[in-house]
Design a protein around this ligand. Structure first.
Ligand SMILES: Nc1ncnc2c1ncn2[C@@H]1O[C@H](COP(=O)(O)OP(=O)(O)OP(=O)(O)O)[C@@H](O)[C@H]1O
Length: 465
């Protein structure tokens, strides 16, 4: 049984959508055994993994999800080459970190892939540690790029658009504004890219602490030891490498707000220390018996199901209640479609200004695509799509071909009606194109005028599973 792209739905049913917090990895390899092995290694490290056994599956995956790292096989079988796919991946997801996997350990091949735009290469067969290390380096690079992007956005005056026509989000924003003026601890829930960080910053700016620092700690990015020191600080000699006294982010945020991103990844070992800080505003630096106090407001965010984690014994109940004094949930973009036209237009204007490009408006077909796309990556995916469109669009109007989605007009090289191909090949391409632009599989089935179980069966068949 080949690990096909449709396994993404299998993964999604095992991990709730809001728990797909980690770096997203796309594996492209025609060898099912390699796909299975790599997937297992990476999932054990907490990555969300999608496996694509062919070029076509990889392209479809890129229209459906937002990936951080791609492990791309050089020889994809049937005459397909990773080197040929690479520019198309780059075009669709310029931010993607690509690791080229090759069975030949020669400098020429490595240089060729790097010249073609890969970030690094990996020689197969490789140890699980080598794979995990190489992917880890690229995921970390992507994480840092995202932080830099966020800082640039702030510097260049890109203001989050916090207007909404969506009643649920209106309620969330009203509550957040009201609570902002108090010192209550807040918990922001929502899928990846729904704007949790943006909202935390807005709450800080609406509060009386606005002139004091806003400090962020991203819980999954550090080992428990380093996270302990990052949060609470350390004194010289506390551990190997602690060559000086260092204040933690709690102290850096004095008078202001501490934002704990991805709090679901806070190790159990640190949870009692954070709980004590939330209760008494007291803590100690690592290696220092001296108790300190801090005047800091805490906002935490996660896309994991904390209640479930409490039930599973993975998150302390008392800490959950301390964090969730006021909890808000940001809706995914697919549930606030009424906001998409305005968000897209504002983003296009801001980004056209930033890149000094002429794009100002959207054609009717581009608007229709934006309105119906699945947006699994939420506002981040929307922003990336518009950024790319603004960059490549030569005129004032962004059209559907500037958007990175599979359209009903086949991609260059894709099958089209009248081509000398089988009915089955044409049906497969049509089904994948509709699925890629539909908000859900049910909606795709409705559009295709077949029932969901038929759609499921056909996709299973076409994906060789
Ligand atoms: N209201 C908004 N208007 C326009 N762009 C937005 C808005 N909110 C967020 N974005 C953009 O979407 C991207 C993701 O936002 P943000 O980092 O706040 O989401 P998040 O939920 O914290 O994501 P993650 O779960 O991955 O940490 C950013 O690039 C940001 O610029």
């Amino acid at each position: 049984m080949a690990d096909g792209i449709s396994e993404r739905h299998e993964i999604s049913s095992r991990i709730p959508a809001d728990a797909q917090a980690r770096s997203q990895v796309l594996l492209v390899d025609d060898d099912p055994a390699i796909l299975r092995l790599f997937r297992r290694c990476l999932e054990m490290e907490g990555y969300a993994v999608t496996a694509a056994p062919s070029v076509r599956d990889a392209e479809v995956a890129l229209t459906r999800g937002v990936y951080d790292v791609c492990v791309l096989d050089l020889d994809l079988g049937g005459g397909d080459s990773g080197l040929e796919l690479l520019p198309r991946l780059r075009e669709r997801a310029p931010w993607l970190r690509v690791l080229m996997a090759t069975a030949t350990d020669d400098v020429g091949t490595a240089l060729q892939s790097i010249r073609a735009g890969a970030n690094d290469y990996l020689v197969k067969p490789c140890d699980p540690e080598q794979l995990v290390h190489a992917v880890g380096q690229q995921a970390e690079a992507r994480r840092l790029e995202r932080r830099i992007e966020a800082l640039e956005d702030r510097e260049e005056g890109e203001r989050p658009d916090l207007q909404t026509e969506n009643p649920a989000l209106q309620g969330v924003l009203e509550l957040a504004r009201r609570v902002a003026t108090t010192d209550a601890t807040m918990l922001i829930l929502g899928e990846n890219g729904t704007g949790k960080t943006m909202l935390a910053r807005a709450i800080h700016e609406w509060s009386r602490r606005a002139r004091a620092p806003f400090a962020t700690v991203s819980c999954p990015s550090l080992s428990p030891e380093l996270l302990n020191s990052e949060l609470f600080g350390h004194v010289r000699g506390a551990f190997t490498g602690a060559t000086d006294n260092r204040p933690g982010r709690i102290q850096v945020a004095e008078g202001g707000t501490l934002f704990l991103d991805e709090i679901g990844d806070l190790p159990m070992s640190l949870q009692p220390k954070l709980l004590r800080f939330l209760q008494d505003r007291e803590y100690e630096r690592v290696g220092d018996p001296h108790t300190r106090t801090a005047n800091v407001r805490v906002i935490a965010a996660t896309n994991q199901n904390l209640q479930q984690m409490v039930a599973d014994g993975k998150f302390r109940e008392d800490l959950y209640y301390r964090l969730n004094v006021v909890g808000v949930t940001l809706p995914p973009l697919r549930e606030r479609r009424e906001d998409i036209p305005r968000l897209a237009e504002n983003l296009a204007l801001q980004l056209a200004h930033r890149y000094d490009r002429p794009a100002r408006q959207f054609s009717a077909d581009a608007r229709a695509q934006l309105a119906t796309h699945g947006w699994s990556g939420n506002l981040r995916e929307l922003r990336n799509a518009i950024e790319r469109a603004v960059i490549i669009c030569e005129g004032e109007t962004i059209r559907s071909e500037h958007l990175p989605f599979v359209t009903s007009t086949p991609l260059s090289g894709g099958p089209r009606a009248g081509d000398p191909i089988s009915l089955e090949e044409l049906e497969r391409a049509h089904i994948e194109a509709i699925v890629a632009s539909a908000p859900s599989l049910e909606a795709a089935a409705r559009q295709l005028k077949i029932d969901s179980s038929t759609l499921y069966r056909k996709r299973r068949l076409y994906n060789g599973r």
